[in-house]
Design a protein. Structure first.
Length: 365
């Protein structure tokens, strides 16, 4: 008995789909492998003849400059073939740093960074500070929104030191010092405050929670944010469910001090001394290259998978008019002070790097 015709069609479709998946995976991993090989090689002007897959198409490495081709970029920013790469030089002078505490600031790209740190830790068989989860909330928080206590994280059975702390936690240097080794590198990530507001309002569904108009959500909210925020916290004077200065709160600025500009500036200056690097989400690739250099890591350690189809939501298209930004800045002043300080700090660090810095940014982009 002959099989029905639709069975042949089904088999054909299955083979076609499987073949497409294999081809896509081949090009995707070829892209990553090629980037790594190019970085490790002694890069020269012959880069213009390097055949790159479709998924690795050339784009300018940073805003404000344009290059007609990879060869023009290579000629201006890459060392000659006879020179050692910076990677080789770093391997001779420093060892990989494996102890880090990352402040996972809410709605600022922290999940992407955590995936990177988890991969690094698993690859090097490192010890993580993990929540002693007793509920859904504590499963991914280390004491947040309050300072971390011993009972809130799992103890190491064999007594070995911890290497990585990366779950949500309020930054308190005295608390972290009792958990992490002395040579721990402190890291964090921040996001432009108005963009952060849009992301937080979408993620926490504040439009529905506060019964705000769909087509005028942010302007309506910023007309009287303290009223809505008070409603959101149930009238509490503590911070746990407040959305003002949320980034600053994660970084350890007390809610009661958020309006004291001089205190905030003084505290941010202290953070500058205590943190090895504060990454900026808007310049994530540049931040990651700095992280790689400061931690003596390899290019593979900072590779990450960007969202192929980034989430889209209505608030994303809201324009930050001068009036809206001013209102938000008045309400979330500490976040603006914090962000502007570390954005400037990031670019000062970048300007101190050599001309090969942008070559690494280009490769990781």
């Amino acid at each position: 008995m002959r099989p029905p015709p639709y069975l042949y069609l089904w088999r054909g479709l299955t083979v076609a789909v499987a073949t497409s998946v294999v081809i896509y995976a081949y090009y995707l991993f070829s892209c990553v492998d090629l980037s790594i090989r190019v970085k490790r090689a002694e890069i020269s002007s012959t880069l213009t003849n390097t055949g790159m897959p479709h998924f690795c198409r050339w784009r300018p490495p940073f805003a404000g400059q344009s290059f007609e081709s990879k060869s023009q970029f290579a000629g201006q920013h890459l060392e000659s073939k006879s020179a050692q790469t910076r990677d080789d030089g770093l391997r001779r002078t420093c060892r990989k740093k494996t102890n880090l505490a990352f402040i996972k600031v809410h709605k600022a790209g922290g999940t992407t960074m955590c995936q990177l740190f988890f991969r690094f830790g698993l690859h090097h068989r490192l010890n993580f500070v993990l929540p002693n989860a007793s509920s859904h909330t504590t499963a991914f928080n280390l004491g947040w929104p309050r300072p971390l206590k011993k009972r809130q994280y799992l103890r190491r059975i064999d007594g070995e030191p911890f290497n990585i702390l990366t779950n949500h936690a309020v930054y308190r240097r005295d608390v972290f010092r009792n958990i992490m080794p002395n040579d721990t590198a402190y890291l964090a990530i921040l996001r432009e405050p108005f963009s952060h507001l849009k992301s937080a309002m979408n993620f926490y569904r504040l439009r529905r929670k506060f019964h705000l108009p769909k087509n005028n959500t942010i302007p309506a909210f910023l007309q009287q944010p303290s009223l809505y925020d008070k409603h959101g916290t149930g009238g509490r004077r503590t911070h746990p469910y407040s959305y003002t200065n949320l980034m600053s709160f994660d970084m350890g600025i007390k809610f009661s001090a958020r309006l004291d500009t001089e205190y905030v500036k003084s505290y941010v200056t202290r953070l500058e001394r205590e943190f090895r690097l504060v990454l900026i989400l808007e310049y994530l690739d540049e931040s990651l290259v700095l992280l790689k250099r400061y931690m003596c890591w390899d290019i593979e350690d900072i590779l990450y998978k960007p969202k192929i189809h980034p989430g889209s939501y209505n608030l994303k298209s809201v324009t930050a008019t001068p009036e809206l930004r001013q209102k938000h800045q008045e309400w979330s002043r500490a976040d603006y002070i914090l962000y502007h300080h570390f954005n400037r700090s990031l670019w000062k660090k970048i300007h101190r790097e050599g001309k090969d810095f942008w070559a690494e940014v280009w490769i990781t982009s």
